[in-house]
Design a protein around this ligand. Structure first.
Ligand code: HEC
Ligand code: HEC
Ligand code: HEC
Ligand code: HEC
Ligand code: HEC
Length: 313
């Protein structure tokens, strides 16, 4: 055998090994937004989980790149005023943006982006900028189209019930892509995901804590900080004697189920604050000209009853 055939032999061998380990541990990267959206599509769940779907659809989880209309422009600001200006970010132009750059937001706003190629990161950025331009030019149809495209990527059913469902894979095993995760294991009446498997922490605060923030995200190449509410839950609410979980307040007591809400919902505001007002009036003689003027003493005590600091983010 000559030098070349040896080389080819080892090349093939290494390709076989790469393909094998690749097949076993990672899933192929999505190459377009549509491919990534299809992988995490929630619409197939609607047929049987109609009420949950409608609740979820109304929540900010269903539009986690667009948010209330603030998230999309803030990502653009992070690119313009952050990534492009930072000398060592590797981003001079939007064309240079890779998955790792968007991950400073997508870690929580779109965790499944780690299953996509850099082309998808650039397609998201292009969609964001087209949306912004359409708004500026008053092109409502195009703006709506881009908003819808952004919202095709979201924190859908499978992000919570599969991708983020297992927090301790060394104990509970890696995520099974053919299953959905819930409170216990049983057969799922849906051939695409034939099993419901148990996610031990789905009903615990730590589950939400994965995205609702402890502080700076030190594990990223360049740490970012947005939501920090889980930190205050752990270090303020629990030590003060609080004993409710995120799910208790946001899904159960609120009666909102999967429509997890905060201050935009009236009932959440009622749950949030205890306001005690104590007032008294008295008369005060100021001077001859002005005579007696009524004065008041008002004591207002506001107690935060949420399980964490408010506001956050
Ligand atoms: C053909 C009907 C059908 C479809 C489609 C379907 N499910 Fe289900 N699913 C069920 C039934 C029935 C149960 C049993 C419990 C119940 O009634 O809620 C269930 C249970 C679950 C559970 C377990 C809840 C728990 O803690 O016990 C999860 C999680 C779940 N489904 C997620 C999904 C997701 C995500 C999708 C879409 C990818 C989906 N399902 C699509 C019928 C369906
Ligand atoms: C995969 C990450 C992720 C997980 C898991 C997650 N969230 Fe969120 N959540 C977000 C993001 C991102 C937003 C904000 C989206 C936006 O507006 O841009 C959000 C928004 C919210 C809001 C609305 C906040 C507002 O300003 O109105 C509430 C409430 C909420 N989440 C509660 C929960 C609870 C409770 C859990 C656990 C059961 C949970 N979330 C799990 C990422 C997550
Ligand atoms: C640690 C997870 C995490 C990271 C990283 C993160 N966010 Fe957030 N973000 C959240 C959560 C959770 C909320 C929901 C509300 C809250 O608690 O403030 C949120 C809320 C927001 C909001 C207000 C949402 C609205 O709809 O009004 C904006 C804007 C935002 N994030 C932008 C960003 C940008 C831009 C980045 C990247 C530079 C980023 N976030 C990084 C988790 C995160
Ligand atoms: C932000 C994370 C999150 C998203 C997104 C999400 N779920 Fe859930 N889901 C939960 C959590 C947490 C529980 C468990 C609540 C508990 O037991 O305290 C749950 C419970 C359930 C249950 C069983 C109990 C019940 O409430 O009836 C079903 C079925 C379910 N989810 C289906 C879905 C479907 C279908 C979607 C998409 C339309 C979806 N979920 C989206 C977090 C999520
Ligand atoms: C004791 C009940 C309670 C618990 C426990 C609780 N929350 Fe809240 N949360 C509330 C109330 C009430 C509000 C509405 C107040 C507001 O938004 O200003 C709120 C607001 C929020 C907001 C919006 C913050 C903002 O900027 O106003 C998010 C996000 C949130 N909660 C997520 C969580 C997560 C995640 C957990 C668990 C780590 C959790 N909550 C635990 C009651 C609770």
């Amino acid at each position: 055998m000559g030098k070349w055939s040896f080389f080819l032999f080892f090349l093939c061998l290494s390709l076989v090994f790469t393909a094998k380990s690749w097949g076993a541990e990672t899933i192929p990267k999505a190459r377009t937004m549509a491919e990534l959206a299809a992988r995490y599509d929630s619409s197939s769940c609607r047929e049987c989980h109609e009420e949950i779907y409608e609740q979820w659809e109304n929540s900010l989880h269903a539009r986690s790149l667009y948010g209330t209309g603030r998230t999309a422009p803030t990502i653009i600001t992070s690119i313009e005023k952050g990534l492009k200006r930072w000398p060592y970010s590797g981003v001079k132009d939007t064309k240079d943006i890779k998955v790792k750059h968007l991950m400073i937001c997508a870690k929580c706003h779109l965790p499944q982006l780690d299953e996509a190629t850099d082309d998808v990161a650039r397609e998201i950025v292009e969609t964001l900028y087209t949306w912004k331009r359409a708004i500026q030019e008053g092109n409502d149809d195009l703006a709506d189209e881009m908003e819808e495209k952004l919202n095709s990527l979201n924190i859908g059913c499978l992000v919570c019930h599969q991708k983020k469902a297992i927090i301790h894979p060394w104990v509970d095993g890696p995520v099974d892509r053919k299953a959905v995760y819930g409170s216990k294991s049983y057969e799922h009446d849906f051939e695409k995901f034939p099993m419901v498997k148990k996610a031990p922490a789905l009903g615990e605060s730590i589950f939400c804590g994965q995205c609702h923030g402890l502080g700076p995200n030190f594990e990223l190449e360049h740490p970012s900080q947005c939501a920090t509410l889980y930190g205050s839950y752990l270090y303020a609410y629990i030590p003060e004697g609080g004993h409710e979980k995120c799910q208790d307040c946001h899904m159960k007591k609120s009666g909102l189920g999967h429509d997890m809400q905060a201050y935009r919902d009236e009932n959440m505001i009622k749950m949030a604050l205890q306001v005690d007002v104590d007032a008294m009036s008295y008369f005060w003689r100021k001077n001859k000209e002005e005579g007696i003027i009524p004065l008041a003493v008002v004591n207002v005590e506001i107690l935060n009853k949420a399980g964490h600091v408010i506001p956050d983010g």
